[in-house]
Design a protein around this ligand. Structure first.
Ligand code: MG
Ligand code: MG
Length: 260
């Protein structure tokens, strides 16, 4: 079942999505060598609750935290804990919120201290691929067109696309239909219609595309232990141009002041 959203529902999803961006901006202020990932999770939970929402991931299939924190070769679903971020790490932080019955779900990859050129380039390419995918999320195109744009761009740079995890519809549930793979063939898959709200979230690896799940039952990491990056926006399919409901603006404002 595909749920197309009314404009009222889209506004509620926007509210939740923007709160995710604000939460990630709070986290951005704290990311530096020496910080414990569980501390970041606590800050995020308090921030989300103080804004009248609840953490969208907490309790989801038994997940106990508000953030997924995935470092270096970890792709997604990393569990906050005693791990200390180190200079040179890259850390993908995925956050969900639930407010007024609707979810927001957005992710950003951050540099910790001084990061290698190789990792910075991966981050930049992954973010660019997200926007290329978003540009294809317009009425009349198909789901495969989104993945095609992401895949052709990152593979042209020598990176690989994780296949085992995909983007998704978003609304009253964190994960709705359809699945939005980050790879695909032009003109394939379901036709996109106005009012479809989706999370587009490329997970891009420097090395092989294969991933494995750690014994903790959650953390997904690259099979070759090379770095991976992940960015995610919530998008509504429109005629002519997709509309992004989430925002990286607050995050990037913080990053600019930190890097001054
Ligand atoms: Mg997410
Ligand atoms: Mg998602």
């Amino acid at each position: 079942m595909i749920y197309y959203k009314t404009e009222e529902e889209i506004e509620l999803i926007r509210e939740s999505s923007l709160l995710v961006g604000k939460t990630l901006a709070e986290i951005a202020k704290l990311i530096k060598p020496g910080v414990e990932t569980l501390f970041l999770d606590k800050i995020a939970e308090d921030f989300i609750r103080s804004h009248g929402a609840v953490p969208g991931f907490k309790g989801y299939n038994g997940f106990k935290h508000s953030l997924c924190i995935s470092v270096n070769d970890e792709v997604v679903h990393g569990i906050p804990g005693k791990r200390i971020l180190e200079d040179g790490d890259i850390v993908s932080i995925d956050c969900g919120t639930l407010k007024n019955g609707f979810y927001g779900d957005s992710a950003y990859t951050f540099a910790v201290g001084n990061v290698s050129e190789e990792k910075l380039k991966l981050m930049e390419a992954t973010k660019e691929s997200l926007y290329r995918g978003i540009n294809a999320a317009i009425e009349g195109k198909r789901v495969g067109d989104i993945g095609f744009e992401i895949q052709t761009y990152v593979e042209s740079l020598g990176y690989s696309v994780v296949r085992d995890l995909v983007g998704h519809g978003l609304g009253r549930k964190l994960h709705e239909k359809p699945e939005i793979p980050n790879y695909g063939k032009k003109g394939s898959g379901m036709k996109l219609q106005q009012g479809l709200v989706i999370a587009i979230e490329p997970m891009i690896n420097i090395g092989v595309r294969n991933v494995i799940q750690e014994r903790d039952g959650w953390t997904i990491r690259t099979a070759d232990r090379m770095a991976s990056a992940h960015y995610e926006h919530n998008v509504v399919v429109r005629k002519g141009k997709a509309e992004i409901l989430s925002s990286f603006e607050e995050i990037e404002k913080v990053l600019l002041t930190i890097n001054k």
